[in-house]
Design a protein around this ligand. Structure first.
Ligand code: FNR
Length: 373
């Protein structure tokens, strides 16, 4: 940490041998406080750690003598054919990782035809991100304090050609990360929520445990089922809900007609102590049935992790932190390289497990290890 920070490179560093290597290398490219903000979860990181540990509870069976020539990782998500089941999760404030932030991520997404989900809290506007090429592109929506504010975002996303709305519902309260607090993280002045520039100043949402104003303060404007029902009447775009961990919530959302859900604990950045996403995935798949579209995120660092998430019921996965790390190291090139590495890692795993298509990656392809309860 005594070395000066490196500028983003315009080539792929030789040290990168697998997608997860970007996590280590990014420490040379991001200021320590920014790195702590990105890497940390909420509170004490209990859920961040649980997310990673959950992947160790599963192993993949190698299968013999199968003909996997002609195998591929293509999937169809929300009617859109994708060449692999890897999407870019909404990650706010990407200027923290690279001066051109989301514009670089959008270029990588376009080059590899990877679905990018742009955050409400992006540091460039949703129109700028669309113009940078992101396609297919979805928009991640946070309910705003007023319906007018929410509708502004919705109409702009429709106008800029976003193909779906992903509403994130697990972040009404933002609990600071102890790791970021201890590193004295402060959002740099150029990292603003560009989409909200013309909105009235929001109430401060950052809070820590022990704040007695929670119910009268932040939770007063938090969305409820009624707000979601209202939102669904306001657009013809498919609505996905992100942040689902309980099978009953999954079923309630399914019965209200959402297009699909994202099993996610926000990468451990919401309720510290929430279960690992991977832990609850099988129960949610069982609750919604075989055909309901399920995305998964939280803790993915390799193609092997992706394989396990697909085996336990996901149709595709989203990548959060790794995109910030790759962005900091080599901008669009880094993000594209990271996605390509994940795809290759997944394909190697599919070949060894004898799976010709992603639909063959089912529950029977994995075994619970001794670490599993
Ligand atoms: C996020 N995430 C997130 N989610 C969301 O719906 N809207 C947002 O604006 C953000 N912003 C954000 C910023 C940063 C720095 C991180 C690390 C994450 C959560 C993200 O979409 C995803 O759920 C997790 O990052 C997935 O976990 P991994 O892949 O980071 O382990």
């Amino acid at each position: 940490s005594f070395l000066p920070l490196q500028q983003p490179m315009d080539s792929i560093p030789a040290e990168i041998r697998c997608a997860q290597d970007y996590e280590l290398l990014a420490q040379r490219f991001m200021a320590p406080a920014s790195y702590a903000y990105v890497a940390g979860g909420s509170g004490r990181d209990a859920t961040v750690e649980a997310n990673r540990a959950a992947f160790d509870s599963w192993a993949v069976y190698p299968r013999l003598l199968r003909d996997v020539s002609g195998a591929h990782a293509r999937v169809t998500i929300g009617g859109q054919e994708l060449s692999h089941p890897i999407m870019l999760a909404p990650v706010a404030f990407q200027k923290l990782a690279h001066p051109r932030g989301e514009l670089e991520t959008a270029r990588a997404a376009a080059a590899l035809q990877t679905c990018m989900v742009s955050s409400t809290l992006a540091s460039y506007t949703l129109e700028e991100i669309a113009a940078a090429g992101a396609f297919p592109r979805w928009f991640q929506l946070y309910f705003q304090p007023t319906r007018e504010g929410t509708l502004d975002l919705l109409r702009r996303a429709e106008g800029a050609g976003y193909g779906a709305i992903m509403v994130t519902l697990d972040a009404s309260i933002q609990v600071a990360s102890l790791r970021a607090l201890r590193a004295n993280f402060q959002m740099p002045p150029d990292c603003i929520a560009a989409n909200l520039r013309d909105h009235a100043a929001p109430e401060v949402k950052e809070t820590v445990a022990g704040d007695s104003r929670i119910f009268q303060g932040v939770m007063r404007t938090a969305p409820t089922w009624r707000d979601l029902e209202w939102l669904m009447t306001q657009t013809a775009l498919p609505i996905w809900v992100k942040g689902v961990l309980h099978p009953q919530d999954a079923c309630a959302l399914q019965s209200r007609g959402v297009a699909g859900i994202v099993v996610s604990n926000h990468g451990g950045r919401s309720l510290d102590g929430a279960p690992a996403s991977l832990q609850v995935l099988p129960a949610i798949r069982a609750a919604v049935g075989e055909d309901f579209p399920l995305l998964f995120d939280s803790g993915i660092r390799s193609g092997l992790d992706i394989f396990k998430a697909l085996a336990l019921g996901a149709n595709a996965v989203m990548i959060g932190r790794l995109q910030m790390y790759a962005l900091s190291v080599a901008g669009a090139l880094g993000v594209a390289h990271m996605i390509r590495l994940l795809q290759e890692e997944l394909e190697v795993c599919m070949a060894q497990a004898g799976c010709v298509t992603v639909t063959e990656i089912d529950r029977a392809t994995v075994a619970a290890t001794a670490a599993a309860k």
